[in-house]
Design a protein. Structure first.
Length: 201
């Protein structure tokens, strides 16, 4: 065997052992970069809606906060209504409801349900199949079967309604502050850029 070959083999083995960790770091960076790009695209879309940073941020905050309520199917309507009440951008409110989606709803529903049960002092109850509950709710509303609604749906919807209140308030405040500050930063950047472009050389 040629001199140095065993050392080269050990180096290759060492590199192979380190490769999974390096791959995981690369994937983590890609995910972070992907989220940052998504955030920039969303902020760019919001800044093109028209309106003040307050109106846009308030609208988005209404949409995000409404996503924590158990009134699935009415989120658009509630987002528009609450955005209008606080003089927010209605379109921004509709966009904000994207916070409630098939990936986030399971976590939202479990969180608001158990928070509501805790606040109401309802302990020792088992889990809930939310899909069946919402199917029963829709059927009861369509057929005006209020006895079924009160028996099968209300015991779940009421704790979720109570439990969503702290999440609603927190989501509204955090979203409003974050979006407003980001839009104001974008606005200052655009103003500075425009000033530099128009100044005589």
């Amino acid at each position: 065997m040629l001199p140095g070959r065993p050392e080269q083999g050990r180096n290759d083995l060492f590199l192979r052992k380190r490769r999974p960790a390096a791959d995981s770091q690369i994937q983590s960076r890609r995910r972070t970069t992907g989220w940052r790009r998504y955030e920039k695209r969303m902020l760019a879309r919001l800044s093109r809606l028209g309106g003040t940073p307050y109106s846009i941020a308030a609208g988005v905050a209404c949409g995000v906060a409404v996503s924590f309520t158990p009134f699935v199917g009415l989120h658009f309507v509630l987002a528009v209504a609450t955005a209008w009440l606080v003089r927010g951008n209605v379109l921004a409110g509709m966009l904000g409801t994207a916070a409630g989606n098939p990936w986030t709803f399971p976590f939202i529903w479990v969180s608001v349900l158990y928070t509501g049960r805790f606040l109401l002092g309802e302990h020792g109850r088992g889990g809930i199949e939310f899909t069946k509950v919402f199917e029963k709710a829709m059927h009861a509303l369509i057929t005006f079967d209020f006895s079924s609604f009160g028996r099968d749906v209300w015991p779940v919807v009421w704790p979720m309604t109570v439990g969503c209140i702290p999440f609603y308030v927190a989501a509204w405040g955090i979203t409003y502050y974050t979006v407003k500050k980001s839009l104001e930063k974008i606005g200052r950047f655009k103003t500075v850029s425009y000033t530099h472009l128009t100044l005589p050389t």
